[in-house]
Design a protein around this ligand. Sequence first.
Ligand code: GDP
Length: 156
Amino acid sequence: MLNFAAAGGSKRYKNKNMTNRTFTMIKPDAMKNGHAGAILDRIIREGFKIVALKMTELSQAKAGEFYAVHKERPFYAELVTFMSSGPIIAAILEKDNAVAEFRNLIGATNPAQAAEGTIRKLFATSVGENAVHGSDSDENAEIEGNFFFSGLERSM
Ligand code: GDP
């Protein structure tokens, strides 16, 4: 999660309707455990359209920037180390009510508390290594999408 201040100056991807988009990452644990394909398949089957996608790796600095809102939390260093420990897949997703629908699909932060059938229940291993990220608001979806995908020529 980022705050508005962190977004300054980045180019915006074009978007006809912001409220229909969210941002996700498949985190290093799910990548290492071979769940990326199953997670992407589930996302598509749930009716999300992938409008941007890339596999990449976060440096410690970039992971720290992305999660800057958690800087004061006791798990921040662990989170930054984990998120920069291997490849991730970043994607922008489109669906009506995308942010809320996607949060429902991924389930609670702690997989032990996530509802049956949710992505975190199925694929996460712990509260820290919890398989996927999902934006928590329309504003953060836009900021987080721009963090990975700036200056896209056209929306799809
Ligand atoms: P989210 O919106 O469900 O991802 O949850 P938060 O915004 O509260 O936390 C962001 C991320 O920090 C989570 O997805 C976890 O990867 C990590 N995290 C949250 N709480 C803890 C914790 O208690 N311990 C550890 N190690 N990581 C945590």
